[in-house]
Write a new protein. Structure first.
Length: 354
């Protein structure tokens, strides 16, 4: 199949491109590179063993999205392109609504007009807000606590409405918990711009000497060690679920909304100590005030994904930390520097149509 991967140069999108290519699918990336680097495309070429086609565009431009669908005949779409920092979403809610919601509406409209009727959507466990109990299953109350989570919930609802009015349209809403880790090659990984908003890349940057210490937001939560508990999932397990979801949709088995997590909660301090063991590095940290919008503990009941998709996680927290550290240690400055023999390849060696 030919699969459009929106945000395919980003952290999760790039790993999804690898998983799709391994299944023999043709991938076309659409990305505006606002939070990613064109150097990702060179890394993907090395991993996949073939050039990766990419079109530079912003989903907020209706005309650009329409031209994209006029140039290609897609069989399905995976949609990862979104702003995703909880704290930033409080400061810039309009930017989040415009990018995440308006951009996705333009994509859905173009899909409808082109007759592309299969969508795998990157949603989030933030739609659950502060859960009443854990583990969380898909029937739990939806109660977002931040603008970022609200954009994901609105898009889920819009997608569900579209599925309800168009019998031919099929979609999978995949509610991520906390993706971490990197491709085992160390060629691609999470490279946040500015100060990391997520725990694992911050730990990695402390280990690499880019930051002096880790700030832990609160140690007075009602958890065993007082720090927040989350469900961390290896990005390679996560993207396997995307391919399984796409297979499910292509078989015509209906729509689905599933949690993607391990089903086990890990505290901030537990993750810090696991990383120290996996990397051999010491991670200095300090306790600071709680962060607005954070909750005490969130972890998944992933049994529905196992039942419908035949999917479950394979990689444990040691593998998550090991692969994250391999990525960071090979790429201390992220994608800012070329990698090894790739220095001889110009960035335009891979097609990036304007």
């Amino acid at each position: 199949m030919c699969v459009l991967v929106c945000g395919g140069a980003g952290y999760i999108g790039s790993h999804a491109c690898v998983a799709l290519a391994e299944r023999g699918h043709r991938v076309v990336i659409a990305d505006n590179f606002s939070n990613s680097s064109p150097r990702v495309l060179l890394r993907l070429q090395r991993i996949i063993g073939a050039p990766v086609e990419c079109e530079r565009l912003d989903l907020r431009s209706k005309s650009a999205v329409a031209r994209l669908f006029a140039r290609h005949r897609f069989d399905a779409v995976m949609h990862f392109a979104a702003l995703k920092a909880v704290g930033e979403s409080f400061a810039q809610p309009l930017a989040y609504f415009e990018n995440n919601i308006c951009g996705a509406i333009n994509l859905l409209r173009a899909m409808h007009e082109a007759g592309v009727a299969r969508l795998v959507f990157s949603s989030s466990a933030t739609v659950y807000g502060d859960p009443q109990s854990v583990p969380i299953n898909e029937q739990a109350r939806l109660d977002v606590t931040n603008p970022y989570g609200r954009t994901k919930l609105v898009m889920e609802q819009l997608i569900d409405d579209l599925c309800g009015t168009d019998a031919s349209f099929r979609a999978a809403n995949l509610r991520y918990f906390n993706p971490v880790g990197a491709h085992p090659s160390g060629l691609i990984g999470e490279d946040p711009s500015g100060i990391p908003n997520n725990l694992m890349p911050y730990i990695c940057q402390v280990a690499a000497g880019r930051r002096s210490k880790l700030s832990i937001f609160g140690d007075d939560y009602p958890t065993p060690d007082g720090t927040g508990i989350r469900d961390y999932i290896h990005v390679m397990d996560l993207v396997r679920a995307h391919v399984a979801a796409l297979d499910y949709l292509m078989r015509g088995e209906g729509n689905l909304t599933v949690n993607l997590g391990t089903g086990r909660g890990i505290s901030v301090l537990e993750l810090v100590h696991a990383f120290e063991r996996a990397s051999g590095c010491s991670i200095p940290y300090e306790i600071v005030a709680r962060r607005r919008g954070d909750v005490a503990q969130v972890y998944a009941d992933p049994s529905l994904a196992h039942r419908l998709l035949g999917w479950r996680t394979r990689l444990d927290v040691h593998a998550m930390c090991r692969d994250a550290w391999r990525w960071q240690s090979i790429n201390p400055d992220g994608y800012q520097r070329p990698l090894g023999k790739l220095k001889s390849l110009p960035l335009d060696a891979i097609e990036t149509k304007a």
